[in-house]
Write a protein that binds this ligand. Structure first.
Ligand code: ATP
Length: 489
């Protein structure tokens, strides 16, 4: 039994007769896939083992479910672990129950990632030294953008780089621009999080909880979150690019304010991008003042990008790293299930940190709810609309939100004038930082996300919503954005 929010939880341990031992030779990795309906319990019993740059504690039982990971032994004497598997009764899927696992000594990619980390750390040290000697001319640490094909190991490399940086007392900002994933936030958002602690490998996705979730083993992280509202960047590319630029402004100003973050720089993880997406890549490079692009194994992309950025190569380094032989195929079903688990964990916690979400009924009449628009729905009218940049000039500060006909906003968000069960049931809504009294469309576009609620039911006759909040308390009187991310409790 655990006190909600104070950890503890499932304390069952290994039964030695059921456990299997694995010896990982030095510089090799044990690769394994655990379906969502199976739980892998394991502990490192000798040596040092790490998952994507995060060192695992010795003799501490950990548990994982719904993952495709590797435990790497970074020292020559290797490491030893023991594991057992159990059924995950909370999940019903038609996946196979068996875990698959194997040992591999083909870890040249990992060695390159470590060398890349050491290179970045050298730049960080030079930045620190320079900033001590020249406090009037402060420099910034490396700002690294990782790009590559689907499933080429971008996310694993981003985790590895921030994990190792953290070990060396650096505090880079981890930026996630893949709205499919939800990094310290829910899917549908992009985020930036200063990493000042080890990642929590046991949490869904392997990052950790955010500050909304209270006391726990790892320091909760405080991300800056921008709402996009979809999993797929092509559903409203203009909104996606707009939110990237706004996140870039916030991240760069955070770098200005905090010397340890400024010295450490940024690591940016992205959705799969190719040369066809050059304008997105170009936007990211300029919005985050990227100075190093790391390409996952794609020679052609390296050459094409070097050509396109020819004029910038004095400030921008473009390098290629190999793809790990361990990267696993991840199908749509697995991704969807992981998204569901991320949402479940946001509200309910996990086996270590149980949370007490709060169910309540609220009156929907007085709420202001926006929804991101699908690009396909506005394609025909787009040509007649002014751009977001011309927004400020057009703005009428005194107009009523509900009656506002704001053309530049309609490219990104539309006001949900008739909330109903058909557009809100089983959906995730983002709570913005914007008070309901603020009717500025520009502020709506520029606002960050405070947290999320789940709408389980909208009662059409009564105009009431049954909602789940991550914590008890009065429902915030803030503007809401209904996302396309569905979830069935
Ligand atoms: N060395 C490894 N051993 C085992 N599994 C790995 C290894 N490296 C990566 N994986 C797994 O392979 C899958 C794909 O890797 P990852 O998510 O890092 O790729 P990605 O390029 O970010 O994918 P996407 O394009 O879908 O965002 C993930 O489940 C990841 O955990």
């Amino acid at each position: 039994m655990s006190i909600p929010g104070f950890g503890g939880g499932d304390t069952s341990t290994f039964r030695p007769e059921d456990s299997i031992q694995v010896e990982i030779p030095g510089f090799s990795e044990w690769r394994f896939e655990v379906p969502h309906k199976t739980i892998l319990k394991f502990k490192i019993i000798d040596g040092i083992g790490e998952i994507f740059g995060t060192e695992l504690p010795l003799n501490v039982e950990l548990q994982l479910t719904g993952v495709k990971y590797a435990i790497y032994a970074p020292l020559s004497n290797g490491c030893k672990l023991e594991y057992t598997t159990l059924q995950n009764k909370a999940v019903i899927t038609n996946e196979d129950e068996e875990i698959s696992e194997y040992l591999s000594n083909e870890t040249q990619a990992q060695t390159t990632y470590i060398n890349l980390h050491l290179g970045l750390e050298t730049i960080r040290q030079e930045t620190r030294d320079s900033n001590i000697l020249n406090p009037k001319d402060l420099k910034q640490g490396p700002k690294v953008l990782i790009i590559g094909n689907p499933g080429s190991g971008k996310t694993s490399l981003a985790k590895t780089l921030v994990g190792y940086a953290n070990k060396m007392d650096s505090r880079p900002i981890l930026v996630n621009l893949n709205p499919r994933d939800g990094v310290f936030c829910l899917p549908g958002s992009i985020s930036a999080t200063p990493i000042s602690d080890t990642l929590d490998v046991e949490s869904t996705n392997g990052y950790g909880f955010t500050t909304t979730t209270g006391s726990m083993n790892h320091n909760p992280k405080q991300p800056i979150i921008k709402n996009y509202g979809f999993s797929d960047i092509n559903q409203n590319l203009d909104l996606y690019k707009y939110q990237i630029s706004k996140l870039g402004v916030t991240v760069l100003s955070r770098l200005e304010e905090d010397l340890s973050i400024r010295n450490s720089g940024i690591v940016i993880d992205t959705p799969p991008l190719s040369i066809k997406d050059f304008t997105i890549i170009e936007n990211i490079v300029s919005d985050f003042e990227v100075d190093i692009i790391v390409i996952m194994g794609n020679e052609r992309l390296l050459i094409d990008l070097k050509k396109k950025f020819k004029h910038k190569l004095s400030q921008l380094q473009i390098i290629k790293v190999p793809i790990s032989g361990g990267v696993a195929e991840v199908d749509e079903g697995f991704i969807r299930r992981s998204q569901e688990e991320t949402i479940k964990e946001y509200f309910n916690g996990n086996h270590k940190t149980r949370l007490s979400p709060f169910k309540t009924d609220i009156d929907a009449k007085d709420l202001i709810i926006y929804k991101a628009v699908l690009a396909s729905d506005i394609a025909s009218t787009l040509a007649f609309l002014p751009s977001a940049d011309s927004y400020a000039a057009d703005e009428d500060e005194n107009s009523e939100v509900k009656s506002k006909t704001d053309d530049s906003l309609t490219k990104y968000y539309s006001l949900l004038t008739e909330p109903s069960s058909s557009n809100l049931d089983n959906s995730i809504m983002a709570i913005t930082q914007l008070p309901q009294t603020n009717n500025s469309g520009k502020d709506l576009l520029n606002t960050s996300i405070k947290g999320y609620v789940h709408v389980s039911k909208y009662e059409d006759e009564k105009h009431k919503m049954k909602i789940l909040l991550p914590f008890a308390g009065a429902f915030p009187k803030h503007v809401l954005i209904s996302t396309n991310i569905g979830f069935n409790e």
